[in-house]
Design a protein around this ligand. Structure first.
Ligand code: ZN
Length: 263
């Protein structure tokens, strides 16, 4: 890495942790139907409004040793984790896609996935408003690429991938309901895979479905073994993880697989 790249990575990381701090607010407020801009941030325990020195991502948490300045109540380490993971993913996106309009959109896409993952983890819910934000952003990306590269393939292949992912999950959703009289997938998962299709091409959306099913099955078996009962768990986090793996390594994985089977 050149020193310029290191400097850029640091700047991207700092932008990432600031966005991460906003994602924390979104994850907390969106499922409750609260506004993400008003009122300003306050302590969850004592409701004291937070000043600007309480709101510096990562730094405030470390300086205050993870406690509220006003009431001393412990602040969940999860806030720190979300800020860090957002900062690091933004650096990964920058190194992969460069600082460009496309890079910025992919970074925002990862931000949408982080919000969806955490809300699904907390509430087994994928808010439609967040998914629609992802859809609009994705369509904008594809239209931008279509114009930039003067190639309608970008928009067409992404809409086909979205339609394929959506129909496939819709069929699974419908069949599970019909056969087992219960929902194996939530309808949020159906919408989510449709949204992801816009960002991923057909091979990558299929890979996402494959990876997420394997990861969720492994997780399900582990949970069954530990808790000794079949508890429902959210599928969204696995779909999102599969999508990120497919976005970064998808074509390498597919090439590797095709070499192994000798095609
Ligand atoms: Zn407090």
């Amino acid at each position: 890495m050149t020193s310029m790249m290191i400097l850029n990575s640091i700047i991207v990381f700092l932008v990432g942790i600031v966005i991460g701090s906003f994602l924390n607010v979104s994850i907390y407020r969106i499922p409750k139907g609260e506004s993400i801009s008003y009122p300003g941030s306050h302590c969850m325990a004592c409701q004291h409004p937070l000043g600007r020195f309480d709101l510096i991502p990562i730094v405030s948490y470390l300086c205050l040793k993870g406690k509220c300045r006003y009431c001393g109540e412990k602040i969940s380490g999860r806030y720190l984790f979300i800020e860090l993971i957002t900062g690091l993913s933004f650096v990964a996106v920058f190194l992969r896609f460069g600082i460009s309009i496309e890079g910025i959109i992919y970074a925002l896409f990862i931000a949408v996935l982080i919000v969806l993952t955490m809300i699904d983890y907390d509430y087994m819910l994928l808010p439609t408003s967040v998914i629609w934000s992802g859809v609009i952003l994705g369509v904008f990306l594809r239209i931008f690429q279509t114009v930039l590269h003067k190639n309608p393939e970008y928009l067409i292949s992404s809409l086909l991938a979205a339609a394929l992912g959506y129909s496939f999950f819709y069929a699974v959703f419908y069949m599970a309901k019909l056969l087992f009289k219960k929902e194996g997938l939530g309808f949020g998962d159906v919408r989510l895979i449709g949204m992801l299709g816009i960002y991923l091409s057909i091979p990558l959306i299929l890979l996402t479905i494959f990876i997420s099913s394997i990861l969720a099955s492994i997780y399900g078996i582990i949970i069954l073994y530990i808790k000794k009962k079949n508890e429902p768990f959210p599928f969204g986090p696995f779909i999102n993880l599969g999508a990120v793996i497919a976005l970064f390594y998808g074509y390498s994985i597919i090439t590797w697989y095709l070499e192994i089977v000798g095609i």
